[in-house]
Design a protein around this ligand. Structure first.
Ligand code: C2E
Ligand code: CA
Ligand code: CA
Ligand code: CA
Length: 278
């Protein structure tokens, strides 16, 4: 038993060491990924459930790693937030998404573009200027940009974050609270937050018609949106039943695999045309 214990201890040390080295390597690769053009964006359609029209798209980052293949954002965004790389990466996402929105508008499809804003980006003093100059550079009307922020990124930096969200609002930029209901939030603060949209997290949508608690949570968010005059968008809609339920219950917007997976830029417009029956 003694040797067994020691062996498993050594095994443990070795695997932790290995894991740490793999992490360091990933971090090193992450630091050069931008200059090596390894990132690209995909776009997930957002659908108005009343009209059945695509009203916009959420831009989502992808990392094509030369050896690992596609690395999911959940594996590298937290790392990029820790080491600060999220700032230049986030600027690149914003620029790329606005460039794409301008191109779609030029080709007769003026859609709203939603971009995820990390807590680290929101804490930058220059963030408002960065966003505004990106819009000017691509000649995008501010009302066509939506920034997705999480409750937690606002709550952990409340006064400063509210000040910046107010500046965005003054400029006409829209703000959505992402992953609503999963972080720590308070209704008192939500009332003070200058936001226009609540996003129901996919964890509540997945079992919407199976799990009564999830049904009640989704209902509560929809009702909250109504009483605070915020539009509500459900993410992770995968079935016709979920879509029907949300639409009947008064949720205005939705996105999810039921409509479309996030698409490369080149496939997006033809999807929209087909979806609209053209
Ligand atoms: P999120 O912002 O909550 O994005 C929703 C995630 O759900 C996306 O995962 C999307 O591809 C996925 N999804 C969409 N429809 C469905 C569906 O019907 N079923 C299921 N199961 N999933 C669906 P993705 O693209 O892997 O992104 C994961 C997270 O990474 C995002 O969560 C966001 O927090 C972060 N992220 C992605 N792109 C960016 C970015 O450009 N900047 C920042 N700061 N974060 C990003
Ligand atoms: Ca999002
Ligand atoms: Ca989410
Ligand atoms: Ca998220």
């Amino acid at each position: 038993a003694k040797t067994g214990t020691r062996n498993s201890f050594q095994f443990y040390v070795a695997s932790v060491d290995q894991e740490m080295r793999a992490r360091k390597k990933l971090e090193k690769d992450l630091n050069i990924a931008l200059q090596k053009n390894q990132f690209y964006l995909v776009y997930q359609p957002q659908v108005n459930l009343e009209t059945g029209r695509v009203i916009g798209a959420e831009a989502l980052i992808r990392w094509q790693h030369p050896e690992r293949g596609l690395v999911p954002p959940d594996d590298f965004i937290p790392l990029a937030e820790l080491n600060g790389r999220i700032v230049p990466i986030g600027e690149w996402v914003l620029d790329q998404a606005c460039r794409q929105a301008a191109e779609w508008a030029d080709q007769g499809t003026p859609l709203r573009i939603a971009v995820n804003l990390s807590a680290v980006q929101l804490r930058q003093d220059t963030i408002v200027d960065t966003v505004l100059s990106t819009l000017v550079r691509h000649q995008i009307p501010p009302g066509r940009l939506e920034l997705e922020v999480t409750e937690t990124s606002v709550m952990t930096n409340l006064e400063d974050a509210i000040g910046k969200l107010q500046q965005f609002k003054r400029e006409g930029i829209q703000i959505a609270v992402d992953d609503f209901g999963t972080g720590y939030s308070s209704l008192t603060y939500l009332k003070r937050m200058p936001v226009q949209h609540l996003k129901i997290d996919k964890q509540f949508v997945r079992d919407l018609l199976v799990n009564e608690e999830d049904t009640r949570i989704a209902n509560t968010i929809i009702d909250l949106g109504k009483s605070l005059n915020l539009s509500v968008i459900a993410e992770g809609v995968e079935t016709a039943e979920q879509e029907y339920y949300l639409q009947q219950r008064g949720c205005q917007l939705a996105q999810g695999y039921y409509f479309s997976k996030p698409l490369p830029a080149g496939e997006f417009q033809s999807f929209v045309a087909k979806f609209h029956g053209k």
